[in-house]
Structures are given as structure tokens and as C-alpha cells.
Design a binder for this molecule. Structure first.
Ligand SMILES: Cc1cc2nc3c(=O)[nH]c(=O)nc-3n(C[C@H](O)[C@H](O)[C@H](O)COP(=O)(O)OP(=O)(O)OC[C@H]3O[C@@H](n4cnc5c(N)ncnc54)[C@H](O)[C@@H]3O)c2cc1C
Length: 401
């Protein structure tokens, strides 16, 4: 009997985690990546314990420790004078799974290296999935090509092809993502150039009217990732475009001096337009969607990549269970079980992210009420508020709290 074989569209964080999670369970895959290279642009990621546990189970804790920074908690400051609103300290040594801060490219490289080391993962790079057909036996994907479409066969297809997912439009949701009116500016600052002496390695948020900024150390502490959110009139598709320093300086004019100094030390700002989209049906027959393809998450809760990783872990587990019990015929049931297991959680995280965005950007006088609530919650209140998010475990596909 030949080993089961799945197709995965997209070699981003979700697609690679899915390939690895399947490979570790003896299920082969072909990962098809549209881009010609794997270079991820310089930006940071907060990798929270809920997804960290999935990666630890893939034996990635050690490489993650080498490049990441274990966060000492969260500090929320006022925009104008930088005064603390609330601090949520965390002792990384006491957390069973660390709250990791790292650069996207480091995470992507770790996943890619691990996937390349697996004999049952094959890559096709520089070719996008254009079309997918399915029947009782499996799926046939057509790849984009100048000389007529090449086709590939598998027992099923995992659409991990990001915000502008082709797989999603082929499974019945062709409505495009909606622009939120916000864009994110991201840059790296060499730690040596940042005036953050004495600051603990942690996530710092600055909340202002219709804007916020977040920064944290990455690359074993050698760099600080800074992200500034601002309103924008028009959207641009795609991952990134260069930002003009002068526009940002103007945007930060009323910000605290610490924030302005840090942003002033950054060069090479990259800008992302932020889009939102309702969750899709995450499975249709032998096709499943994961990560941004299924449910893009606004960055106000730092959960997009984490949800993609969770999705990948749950989907691989269910595919392995159904394939072991029912053989190739079990793939649609596995995909349906995955969609059912994930629907509530992804919708909750999406909504919590939107809600955070509304709270972060409140103007005066509503911001006074928000700050009072945060102060009153204090560190313990903040921790229990997010227990449902960070304590998630896959064992039952559900969440804690
Ligand atoms: C400003 C900002 C800050 C963020 N911060 C965080 C954070 O701190 N923590 C966090 O968890 N998340 C964060 N996110 C979200 C996170 O980056 C995304 O949710 C995550 O990258 C989604 O992963 P993915 O694998 O689903 O998609 P992607 O990473 O977009 O990967 C999709 C891949 O599919 C490929 N592809 C596209 N079309 C095709 C096709 N037709 N065929 C084959 N391949 C195709 C693409 O080239 C790409 O490589 C942030 C996002 C933004 C914008």
C-alpha cells in the first residue's frame, strides 16, 4: 500500500507547520509555493503559548529558544507621555511554554529547515495552485504555468495560501477581503541603537487616539521590532511596500519621547494594509483551509500566525486518526471534523482582535474609561482575561476557560 499523500498550497507558517505535523505522523505531502523564493520580510512575531505548544511537540523548542526572546510580560503605556497604564509581569522561567518573541524570517527558516529534513515532504516552488477538482478518490490541483497547466494528485488539498487565497475562492467564497482603513508600519531597530536601557525584554504597547504602537526584542535580543498602526485612505494588496520616514515622523509627533526616539532609530519601514474577512467554511469535501486563507486575524491580538499553527496541528491529528481508521475514504470526514473543531475558536479570536483594535484606538474622553478599567484589572485580571486564549491545548480540539 502506498503512503497517503496530501497537497498543501502555500509554504507560509501555516502550510509548513501542516506539512511537518503530517510528516511526523507518516503522511506525505507536496507543498506548492507560488513565490520563487522563501524570503520573508523583516518583521516580528509574538508566538504565544497556545501555538508554542504545537511547535514544541514538533521538537522545535530548541531552535526557537536559540533565535527567540522569552518575554517578561506586557507593559501598556499612554501615547502622549509614555506613562504606564498597566504592567503584566511574567517570569519566563516559571511558564511551562514561553511567550516567545522572534522575527518572522527566523520562524520561517526553522520550519523550512525542519520540513526539508523530512523525506516525506516535497516542495514545488515558483508555481501557484490555480485550480482544484475533487472526486471520490482524491483531488487534482492544476498549477500555474506558461506552457499549459501541470496537474498533481493527492488524497486532499490544504489551502494554506494566505489572505488572498486562491483555494478559498475555489471552495465557494470568492468575496475579496475588506480593507479596514488601517495600515501597519513595521521596522527593525538594532538594539544597540535603541534607547531602551534597563527595559525588560517584553512587549510594550503605546495606546493613542486612532493609533497605537508596539515593540519588542527579537533575534536573540539583537534587534527591536517596532510596529505602528495608522489610518489610511487607500489599500494596497500584497505583503509589503516601502514607507516614507517623514510620514511616520509626522504621525508620531504627539507621541512620547521614548517612542519617537525608538522609531527615529528605525530605517526601512515596510507597510502592510490591513484587511478583514469573515471566517470561511473551513472544509469542503477533500479541501480544507487554514490560517489567513480561512480566517485572517487583525494584528491587535497578535494571533494570526498562532491560529494558523493551531489549525495545522488539529488538522494533521484528525487526518491521521481518520486515515488510520477509514483509509483514503476518511479524508472528507477528517476535514469536516477539523472545520467543526475550529469554527468557534477562530471566530472568537477574530472577534477578540477586532474588539482590541476598537479599545486600543479610543480617543479622549473614552480612553480615560479604558485606562481605568485596565488599571483596575491589574496583572491578575489581565492574565485571567486571556486564559481562554493562551491555555488552549489540542487534545480535544477545544479551548480552556
Ligand atoms: C502588522 C502585522 C503584525 C502581525 N503580528 C503577528 C503576531 O505578532 N503574531 C501572530 O501570530 N501573527 C501576527 N500577524 C499575522 C501573521 O503574520 C499571519 O496571520 C500569518 O502569517 C498567516 O500565516 P499563513 O501561513 O496562513 O499565511 P501566509 O504567511 O500569508 O502564507 C501564505 C503562503 O501562500 C503562498 N501562496 C499564495 N497564493 C498561492 C497559490 N495560489 N499557490 C501556492 N502558494 C500560494 C504565499 O506566497 C505565502 O508564502 C501579524 C500580521 C500583520 C499584518
Amino acid at each position: 500500500m502506498t503512503a497517503p499523500h496530501l497537497l498543501i498550497a502555500g509554504a507560509g507558517i501555516g502550510g509548513l507547520t501542516a506539512a511537518l505535523s503530517l510528516a511526523r505522523r507518516g503522511i506525505a505531502s507536496t507543498v506548492i509555493e507560488k513565490r520563487t523564493g522563501f524570503g520573508e520580510t523583516g518583521a516580528g512575531l509574538q508566538l504565544t503559548p497556545n501555538s508554542g505548544r504545537v511547535l514544541d511537540a514538533l521538537d522545535l523548542a530548541l531552535p526557537l529558544k536559540r533565535v527567540g526572546v522569552a518575554s517578561h510580560g506586557l507593559m501598556i503605556r499612554r501615547w502622549g507621555d509614555g506613562k504606564p497604564i498597566v504592567e503584566m509581569p511574567a517570569d519566563p522561567a516559571r511558564l511551562p511554554t514561553p511567550f516567545r518573541l522572534l522575527s518572522r524570517i527566523d520562524l520561517h527558516t526553522i520550519l523550512l529547515d525542519a520540513a526539508r529534513a523530512m523525506p516525506n515532504i516535497r516542495f514545488i516552488v515558483g508555481r501557484g495552485v490555480e485550480d482544484v477538482r475533487q472526486d471520490e478518490a482524491g483531488v487534482t490541483a492544476t498549477l500555474a504555468s506558461q506552457n499549459g497547466g501541470e496537474t498533481l494528485h493527492g488524497l486532499g488539498l490544504i489551502g494554506a495560501d494566505g489572505l488572498w487565497s486562491r483555494a478559498r475562492s475555489l471552495t465557494g467564497d470568492a468575496a475579496p477581503p475588506e480593507f479596514t482603513g488601517y495600515e501597519a508600519w513595521r521596522a527593525m531597530v538594532p538594539t544597540a541603537a535603541a534607547s531602551l536601557a534597563g527595559e525588560k525584554p517584553r512587549v510594550t504597547l503605546h495606546l493613542g487616539p486612532q493609533r497605537h504602537a508596539v515593540h519588542y526584542p527579537v533575534s536573540s535580543g539583537r534587534q527591536i521590532n517596532i510596529v505602528v498602526l495608522r489610518q489610511a485612505k487607500e489599500a494596497r494588496e500584497g505583503w509589503t511596500r516601502a514607507g516614507d520616514n517623514a510620514v511616520l515622523t509626522d504621525h508620531l509627533a504627539a507621541g512620547s519621547s521614548a517612542l519617537r526616539q525608538l522609531a527615529g532609530a528605525a530605517t526601512g519601514w515596510q507597510v502592510w494594509s490591513l484587511f478583514d474577512r469573515k471566517p470561511a467554511a473551513m472544509a469542503r469535501g477533500r479541501i480544507a483551509l487554514l490560517g489567513d486563507a480561512a480566517h485572517p486575524v487583525l494584528p491587535f491580538l497578535a494571533q494570526g500566525a498562532s491560529l494558523a499553527i493551531e489549525d495545522a496541528g488539529v488538522l494533521a491529528r484528525l487526518l491521521a486518526e481518520h486515515l488510520a481508521r477509514e483509509g483514503a475514504a476518511g479524508v472528507p470526514a477528517a476535514m469536516a471534523a477539523y472545520a467543526a473543531a475550529r469554527a468557534r475558536r477562530v471566530a472568537r479570536v477574530q472577534e477578540a482582535s477586532r474588539q482590541n483594535g476598537r479599545n486600543f484606538h479610543l480617543g479622549w474622553p473614552w480612553s480615560i474609561g479604558r485606562d481605568l478599567v485596565l488599571k483596575r484589572l491589574g496583572p491578575d485580571g489581565m492574565r485571567s482575561r486571556y486564559g481562554w486564549l493562551y491555555d488552549w491545548r489540542d487534545a480535544s480540539g477545544t479551548e480552556a476557560g
